[in-house]
Design a protein around this ligand. Structure first.
Ligand SMILES: Nc1ncnc2c1ncn2[C@@H]1O[C@H](COP(=O)(O)OP(=O)(O)OP(=O)(O)O)[C@@H](O)[C@H]1O
Ligand SMILES: [Mg+2]
Length: 328
């Protein structure tokens, strides 16, 4: 297996703030690799360093074997970038945006024209190619940006929050393009997202990043396995007593968040009646009880959850986090 991206102790400070804090990882060629984390975690800063638009404070990285600090032009030729802030020219047509980019990369005319046609077809914008971008929906713009990012046939594609703000249907559509690219063209994709579902569906491996640090890195399946089985959420006005009453060897994890106790256990359905009986015996009020298979949301909560966050997150941030997580 060829290593497409190699990152070692990469760090970026902005004054006193350590936005990216000694992160290390390798990405294999053809892999879809996700950086998953909340606002301000350091995702865009990481991509900016890897795409040579921002210099690291310390640490090293290579993209397709090219050092990001030593050969920025070389790296830029090897990569395609679709960043968070969109950068299409509103007054140009879809085709003109593509052509302009192709000229920037000095792609010879004949090849350029052929690829523009191919890529507009891939993202299903052929019939809109003569329309100016101003008239495009968010999803169409995103698709055009991805097509443009692929024009010079990069070996690695950087996608910063590729589906941010898109409706579920458009998001699904984009996921399909991204999967096709990795599978059929063997393009390595590194993407950032705060949508758990997106990371789960798309990525071969995920690095969960928080406050500039990688706190977990694995396949979605193994990350979900790591929290210890099915998730049982018990809402109650007496969470403190629940944790004492339920302490049992078959419970692999027990956390309290506000008025909820969250348990992880294997084969939850076999233990549910025992749990309810025990709580009833102790006359502990249960507002609700629910069971689900672990998701990346659970992993995220488990790793970055309130026990870590309560200390340094102001209320507004924690409300927003909660809201973001509740939406899925
Ligand atoms: N140019 C800059 N100057 C100062 N601070 C910055 C700069 N760029 C980023 N930061 C800070 O670095 C931290 C990481 O920012 P970054 O944009 O990488 O986060 P992110 O994970 O991409 O967040 P989001 O999900 O909101 O896009 C934040 O605290 C941010 O305020
Ligand atoms: Mg960002």
């Amino acid at each position: 297996m060829t290593i497409a991206i190699h990152v070692k102790d990469l760090t970026r400070r902005f004054g006193d703030l350590v936005a990216v804090d000694q992160i290390s990882f390798d990405i294999e060629q053809g892999e879809i690799f996700g950086l998953l984390g909340p606002n301000g975690a350091g995702k865009t800063t990481t991509l900016s360093m890897l795409s040579t638009t921002l210099e690291p404070t310390s640490g090293t990285a290579t993209v397709m074997g090219i050092d990001i600090s030593k050969d920025q032009d070389g790296v830029r030729k090897a990569i395609g970038i679709v960043f968070q802030d969109q950068s299409l020219d509103e007054e140009l047509t879809a085709w003109e945006n593509m052509d302009f980019h192709g000229r920037l990369y000095r792609i010879p005319k004949e090849i350029r024209l052929q690829r523009i046609d191919e890529l507009l077809k891939l993202v299903e914008l052929t019939d809109r190619r003569k329309d100016i971008v101003k008239t495009f929906s968010g999803g169409m713009r995103r698709r055009l940006e991805i097509a443009r990012g692929l024009l010079h046939h990069p070996a690695v594609l950087f996608l910063d929050e590729p589906t941010l703000g898109l409706d579920p249907q458009t998001r699904n559509h984009l996921w399909e393009y991204i999967e096709t690219l990795a599978r059929e063209k063997n393009i390595t994709i590194i993407l950032t997202t705060h949508y758990m579902e997106e990371a789960d569906r798309l990525c071969n491996r995920i690095a969960i990043i928080d406050h500039g640090k990688i706190i977990a890195l694995d396949t979605p399946a193994r990350l979900k396995d790591s929290i210890g089985g099915d998730v049982v959420t018990i809402q109650s006005t007496d969470t403190a007593r629940i944790t004492t009453v339920l302490a049992a060897p078959w419970i692999n994890r027990m956390e309290t968040h506000d008025s909820e106790v969250i348990l992880s256990l294997k084969n939850a359905e076999q233990h549910l009646s025992t749990i309810v009986t025990r709580l009833n015996e102790e006359k502990i009020p249960i507002t609700s009880i629910s069971v689900h298979k672990p998701t990346l949301e659970d992993v995220f909560l488990s790793f970055t959850g309130k026990t870590i966050r309560e200390q340094d997150m102001n209320k507004r941030d924690s409300m927003r986090m909660h809201f973001r997580m509740m939406r899925h």
